[in-house]
Design a protein around this ligand. Structure first.
Ligand code: SAH
Length: 463
């Protein structure tokens, strides 16, 4: 270990920054966050620092650095753009055993500043010991994704109730079990989603024994897994996928996405193939309730967005009736995933001012749609579940006035490595499945915007 990691308490401690430019300002901002008493020495300072002076946040000495300036300082940062001056400051500070950081020259000082993920009071510091600032940045970005934005709130809550819990559970083992439950269950999730009061109430209930401590609290995460490409998952979706005890998923969720669920989580396939629902919808709804009541963290993973032709509303209805905590995580819906990956903007100033998401699902062999509303100028139609009724779709749209030559696309298995796009006209749409084997899932997009595909296609194109 070349550098020893510590966190310094700098509240009201005298710190000096030499230099008044951009880099100095960055360091000063960090020192101010730690409530340090900051003096800055420079012949002139930036407008931001001037503002800090006016707001009396820092003391500014308008002069060049001199040896005596460091006399009563506990920590010094040399941030001038003159390497020699910086090194001189470092020598002086070292001779007086004052902690010194030299910007852009970590070896010259006695400490370096890490890259920080601030979820106060939780702090994560990352350093590559000066080896690679880019690597530090990349690592930091990864950690930012893993640690929910409201993580600090959780830490504050724990700290607030620590003594109470100590009094309640004398044994360390019991205490640990209690906190593990709190930190990974509904209370934490309520805090992450900004429902602080509810979280506090639930914690108080747990403490006063109003609800069982040995029995963990179950909950349901209704998560949109997007159209296929795992990179399109949200941070929250991924976090919940890694946390759930059990997952219920259907056919539309790509295997690459199911693979991202925690390895030891139990998996239940609930089917949902066209016309043969492996598990009927009512049973799925009931199963979610039962599993959550057993104390499981249940992930209901759906393709695309759970609230767009996903029956997400029905599934949470029963949860709400049974007072089971749940949260809904949106996903990228097939229409926008397919459109983006096929280079077809759903709206465009020149071609389309509106876009309708419709279902072409056949009920009793027909499609019950408001055809005249669909046939409007400058409008894009994104048709879900439309391949089986493609003849009716083409025929009715034309019958209600849509130009036969209106461009149309079928995007098959959109956003996956095997995405395929067929471009045609609304009149010739039915010929595509006749001449090709169209594999589910497929999305039909109709409207003048489809003509942009030729120019804007980018994904999965031959080199
Ligand atoms: N909730 C989902 C839609 C469920 S309905 C969402 O928001 O995307 C199922 C229909 O979505 C399929 O019949 C198909 O029309 C469309 N679909 C879903 N994923 C798709 C994909 N990767 N490529 C093309 N169409 C897709």
């Amino acid at each position: 270990m070349t550098n020893f990691p510590i966190f310094l308490k700098l509240e009201n401690r005298p710190c000096l920054v030499v230099g008044g430019g951009r880099v100095a300002a960055r360091k000063i901002k960090q020192l101010l966050k730690a409530n340090a008493t900051v003096t800055v020495i420079a012949p002139k300072i930036s407008s931001l620092l001037n503002k800090f002076v006016e707001e009396k946040k820092i003391t500014f000495l308008e002069k060049s650095y001199e040896r005596t300036d460091i006399a009563f300082m506990e920590l010094v940062i040399a941030a001038t753009n003159d390497r020699e001056v910086n090194n001189k400051i470092a020598e002086h500070a070292k001779s007086k055993k004052i902690m010194i950081n030299v910007v852009d020259n970590p070896d010259a000082g006695t400490f370096i500043m890490p890259s920080v993920i601030d979820r106060s009071p939780v702090m994560v510091a990352v350093s590559t010991g000066g080896a690679s600032p880019i690597l530090t940045r990349l690592l930091r970005a990864r950690l930012e994704i893993l640690i929910p934005a409201n993580y600090g709130k959780l830490a504050s809550l724990v700290s607030r109730f620590r003594e109470t819990i100590k009094g309640k559970f004398p044994s360390i083992k019991e205490r640990r079990r209690f906190w593990e439950q709190i930190l990974q269950g509904p209370i934490a999730e309520l805090l992450y989603t900004g429902q602080d009061k509810k979280a506090l109430k639930l914690l108080e209930k747990k403490i006063t024994n109003e609800c069982s401590i040995t029995q963990p609290e179950g909950e349901v995460y209704l998560v949109g897994g997007g159209p296929g490409d795992p990179d399109l998952l949200t941070f929250r979706a991924l976090r919940l996928m890694q946390q759930a005890d059990i997952v219920l998923y259907d056919r539309l969720v790509a295997p690459d996405i199911v693979n991202l669920v925690r390895k030891d989580a139990e998996r239940i396939y609930v089917g949902k193939e066209r016309d043969k629902h492996t598990v009927p919808q009512e049973e799925i709804n009931q199963l979610l309730v039962e599993l959550a009541k057993k104390g499981k963290r249940v992930l209901r993973l759906k393709g695309g967005d759970p609230f767009i032709f996903g029956r997400g509303g029905e599934e949470i209805d029963l949860l709400s009736e049974n007072n089971i905590p749940f949260q809904i995580v949106p996903g990228i819906t097939a229409a926008s995933g397919c459109a983006s990956y096929a280079g077809i903007p759903l709206t465009h100033r020149k071609y389309a001012q509106s876009c309708l998401f419709i279902t072409g699902h056949l009920k009793d062999g027909t499609m019950n749609l408001n055809w005249s509303a669909l046939v409007q100028p400058q409008q894009t139609l994104a048709v879900y579940m439309g391949t089986h009724g493609i003849e009716i779709l083409s025929r009715e749209l034309i019958k209600h006035g849509l130009a036969k030559t209106t461009p149309a696309a079928i995007v098959q298995q959109g956003t996956t490595k095997i995405q395929k796009t067929y471009i045609t006209t609304v009149k010739d749409l039915p010929n595509i499945p006749k001449q090709n084997e169209i594999k589910p899932p497929s999305m039909i997009i109709i409207g003048d915007v489809v003509s942009l595909h030729e120019k804007l296609a980018w994904f999965g194109q031959p080199d």
